[in-house]
Design a protein. Structure first.
Length: 215
């Protein structure tokens, strides 16, 4: 655990629960919290919303995933609205563990199991089949994606700018595989913040090899 007496840095983390790369980044963010003073707020974004006007350009498997991705973000949005934002992180963990680590299907039964694990009413799964909470979902998505632009995806991370009253420093990613642990996670956090805080910085990337490693 970190022993710093510095005030915790507020971190806003936008995620879509069906994205395996976001899951790896989210576990990194939790690991960072063991070594650096951060206070993470979790917010829902939606790859289905992001891609809804370009589905014809996507491969078939991605179009199928975008259809499956509506229910989880709707349920998370409903849970946060009806039971408080503090339930979003544990519900995401329960869902992500099932989707990515256990490779369970993205169906109602998986949603119900995650709700049951987190002590939430199982009938919240009904929200996955309705657009009742879509206005709130889209608003949350919009708050995150407008910080970085439409040509990125999930996750989006934002921290306060270094200048008093300045704009937040926000970035897509980082994409990590596997999730860094211990001091390696903390060093990556320090480096990402340093790079993202440079006003002239836009992109840093290398070719990704292999599928997601959830070990």
């Amino acid at each position: 655990m970190h022993a710093s007496t510095s005030p915790a840095t507020p971190v806003d983390f936008w995620f879509d629960p069906v994205c395996p790369w976001t899951w790896l980044t989210s576990r990194w963010m939790l690991e960072v919290g063991k070594h650096r003073p951060v206070d993470v707020s979790w917010h829902v974004m939606s790859l289905s919303v992001l891609n809804e006007n370009r589905l014809d350009d996507l491969p078939e498997r991605i179009r199928v995933l975008m259809g499956q991705a509506w229910a989880p973000v709707r349920v998370l949005t409903a849970a946060g609205l009806l039971h408080g934002s503090e339930v979003i992180a544990p519900l995401y963990t329960a869902l992500g563990s099932r989707y990515h680590v256990e490779q369970q299907p993205k169906v109602r039964a998986t949603l119900e199991a995650a709700l049951l694990e987190t002590g939430l009413p199982v009938d919240l799964a009904d929200a996955g089949d309705t657009d009742r909470y879509d206005a709130e979902l889209r608003a949350s998505h919009h708050r995150g994606i407008t910080l970085v632009g439409e040509d990125v995806g999930s996750p989006v991370i934002a921290v306060p700018g270094q200048d008093e009253g300045g704009a937040p420093v926000a970035f897509f990613g980082p994409v990590v595989n596997p999730t860094p642990k211990g001091e390696a996670a903390a060093r990556l956090w320090d480096g990402v913040l340093a790079v993202a805080s440079a006003p002239s910085f836009y992109e840093l990337k290398r070719t990704r090899t292999g599928g997601p490693d959830f070990s």
